[in-house]
Design a protein around this ligand. Sequence first.
Ligand code: UD1
Ligand code: CA
Length: 472
Amino acid sequence: MKQAPRSAKVSPRLAVAILAAGKGTRLKSKHPKVLHEVGGKPLLAHVIAAARQVVSPEDIYAIIGHEAELVRQRVEGTGIRFVVQEPQRGTGHALMCAEPALNGYDEVIVLSGDAPLITPETIRKLCDFHRQKKAAMTLLSADLENPTGYGRIIRPGAKSDQVKAIVEEKSCTPTQRKIREINAGFYAFSVKALFENIRRIQTNNPHAEYYLTDMAQVLSKAKQRVVAVKTDNPGEILGSNTRAELVQLDRDMRRQKCQQLMADGVTIFYPETCVIDSDVEVGADTTIEPFVQLLGNTRVGSDCRIRSYSVIQNSEIADGVLVRTGCVLDEARVDAGAVIGPYSHLRPGSEIGEGAHVGNFVETKKMRLGKKSKANHLTYLGDAEIGDGVNIGAGTITCNYDGVHKNKTIIADDVFVGSDSTLVAPVKLGRGSYVGAASCITEDVPPDSLALGRAKQIVKEGWVKKNKNSTS
Ligand code: UD1
Ligand code: CA
């Protein structure tokens, strides 16, 4: 490989730090704030996803503190790194704790772990503006109709792109409180300027905390350049300090999700009644009826119809599947052209084959139903392997649990199981075999045979009349 000429510009080493150590007192929750969910995912996971579009995961540092271990466990799969802030003495203190981790970088973008709508485009815009202005600190600001609760931006003059200070709501004078330009809580810093000056911030504020926002004043007093770039999309900066804000964010996110899916060719009737998580994928020409929930990492193919009141979580549904009213699917897989429901319950590990039918009040778990097989009514199928072309009669039960172990039922292709049969596992039904209705099957059935496991019917002719006569 050719060596880069010595004069070539080396791009600055960029890190992202995500503030995620706070308790979230205003949520009145025992759970850490950044693990509260919107769009079906923790707040912090959304911020990490946006940051990953800009830098690689090993350059993302989540600053954690309150319930740090819980937070770490929940998001460590993303490959990011962690800094622990203990105790939590404010957003400025959080950055002080991150100094050893960030020292090797030239620039750091600071994001708020409780503001999940931030987009990669805005993070890039913040970074580009920071570089263009050769600033020590750049912050993202927004003009809000109602700026209550946010830090206000103090500029040296009306036209200036520079910032003199950020004043938190609680410390605002009545005039400052009228300023509508607010601090969104996202920043870019020159790492050198940040850590050379961060010890100058003090705790003389109502919370006795080190505010990161005070860096604006500290740096501008030190004759360093502090600028703000305004976002043209104020919706993106919304935080979630209260339950009401959390629910509003969730609603916004899901509305956007439905709009995205519709733009991609999915019909969603009454989208405001549907709950679709942000990572869900749905193919074109699928129709989603009112009051459907698609959750987690569910994938639905094309040309499907998902009827009302179905709740589908972490499941995979191929093309052309009909899920009728009121089904619950959890970690299930449904192959092309299958028909599910109404009122089927597919529990984890259920695999429904191509063109198969699972009908009303059928519960399945850890099982495979082969191509074009049918289990249409009132049945429990657990720990079972069922081949192709099998007919499972109404009321069939796989007795998979002996009180200690779970045992398997194996049903080969083209078997017919009569209604109300109990299959006591472990048991095998050979290819093409028949089980008579109401049988209790405890032994393997060879291929092509008929198994009957029920008491022989007795008929006593004239019994009723005789009995009635003797008692009258
Ligand atoms: C902060 C800003 C405010 C801005 C608003 C935008 C400060 C002092 N104020 O206020 O100017 O308008 O965001 O939403 O920064 N955190 C830590 N360690 C701590 C304290 C907090 O990591 O010791 C984390 C929190 O988990 C949270 C983030 O920092 O993710 C912001 O803290 P929060 O208390 O929500 O600040 P705001 O009051 O919203
Ligand atoms: Ca906040």
